[in-house]
Design a protein around this ligand. Structure first.
Ligand code: ATP
Length: 375
């Protein structure tokens, strides 16, 4: 199976009806053991997390059909990873404290309560670009909703061939694979659907933090207190006949727990920030991913009902930066300024020029700036 070349062990996790026999019989025994271990770990972690009281070793054995030794091994692994698990001989195990931030296959899948987003999950410690990985998944037949997550991307991609910097151990980089049935001209809106989902998830994660203002810089940059915390890239692959979408990948890179601006490379230091820098909070990245995917499932469903932004426009515009303010449109065909009038149902930005003409700006090749700065 996949993926091709990675600098770290990869973990494949699937559960529910996706644990196909075809897949299981296609992997080698060593991998099988690893996968089984990961699956047990995910299940046991989820069980401990969702139990208020102690869970006995025997209960765990019975529930997952594993031996006492297997339970003991998993509990020890979890402890090593930073979970504080209390063991009391007459009672069993209890998850006393979660680690502040941990990104691993088990941590992510033990949290996910989505219907389809992330039901098949690939987690990498290090990869090039999660978008490229997800495209490979697209080629190799992985299902709609497959998610690729990485702790480190060393060749993260932005729009128009630009790069995305990923700071190790503090960023959340993920891509979702979609197999939509709609026509290719609708695809650009998926990036707005993802932008709304990330903005809502970040807002939830930062809830109660003083002075944290989350906005979307059209079409899909997430901005916290006027600096960028998240960039996105949506890529589409067509069928050989070029008339239908074969698959689409929507990726996001989020600066989550970067501790100080100095950690960013100099060229983005003035425009980039992280959730932690702005709120003072350490955020659990797996939790943030879970929130984002839940929101995405909901928003994508709304989008599919009309195949446009009409059902999401209001929510999107509550985050949209600078409605009614001056914007500068960096169009390769020529820069111009105007007043932002929000988006239309196709997700295009409406910009009113000085002469009153309203331009409908299509996302593809264009960046938008505030008149005097990044937003
Ligand atoms: P923009 O309006 O910010 O230029 P864009 O949508 O055209 O946005 P993206 O593809 O989202 O650009 O992101 C690529 C750009 O984002 C890079 O050229 C760089 O300026 C900036 N960037 C790269 N890494 C980060 C990061 N970790 N945090 C914030 N900004 C970054």
């Amino acid at each position: 199976m996949k993926p091709a070349v990675h600098t770290a062990e990869y973990v494949f996790v699937c559960w529910g009806d996706l644990k196909s026999e075809e897949y299981m019989s296609s992997v080698m025994t060593d991998d099988m053991d690893k996968i089984k271990m990961k699956t047990n770990k995910t299940d046991i972690l989820a069980l401990l997390r969702n139990s208020e009281d102690y869970v006995s070793g025997q209960q765990i054995c019975d529930r997952f059909g594993v031996t006492r030794t297997a339970v003991w091994k998993v509990i020890n692994q979890l402890k090593e990873e930073g979970y504080r698990i209390e063991s009391v001989s007459s009672k069993g195990y209890r998850l006393a404290e979660e680690p502040g931030d941990i990104l691993s296959a088990s941590e992510i899948s033990s949290r996910l309560t989505t219907e389809w987003a992330g039901r098949k999950l690939y987690y990498y410690d290090v990869t090039g670009s999660t978008n490229n990985d997800a495209k490979r998944c697209g080629e190799e037949g992985d299902p709609h909703g497959t998610v690729v997550v990485a702790d480190i991307q060393n060749a993260g991609k932005g729009r128009r061939g630009r790069g995305w910097q990923t700071l190790s151990g503090t960023a959340l980089s993920f891509t979702i694979l979609l197999r939509p049935e709609f026509s290719p001209d609708k695809a650009s809106m998926v990036t707005l659907v993802m932008a709304l989902s990330v903005a809502e998830a970040v807002e939830e994660a930062a809830a109660g933090a003083e002075n944290a203002v989350i906005t979307i810089k059209w079409p899909n940059d997430i901005v916290l207190n006027k600096k960028k915390i998240c960039g996105m890239l949506t890529e589409m692959t067509m069928t050989p006949e070029m008339d239908e979408i074969q698959y689409l990948v929507a990726g996001a890179g989020i600066n989550v727990n970067t501790a100080s601006p100095e950690e960013f490379q100099e060229e983005i230091r003035n425009t980039a920030t992280s959730i932690r820098i702005e709120t003072g909070r350490q955020i659990n990245r797996a939790g943030l991913l879970e929130k984002t995917l839940l929101r995405f499932e909901k928003n994508y469903k709304t989008f599919l009902e009309t195949l446009d932004m009409s059902g999401l426009r209001e929510a999107y515009q509550t985050y949209l930066q600078g409605i009614g303010g001056q914007v500068r449109v960096l169009d390769p065909a020529g820069e111009y300024t105007g007043i932002s009038r929000g988006i239309n149902d196709r997700g295009e930005l409406l910009v009113e020029k000085e002469d009153g003409e309203i331009v409908q700006v299509y996302a593809g090749e264009v960046s938008v700036r505030g008149l005097y700065g990044y937003v």
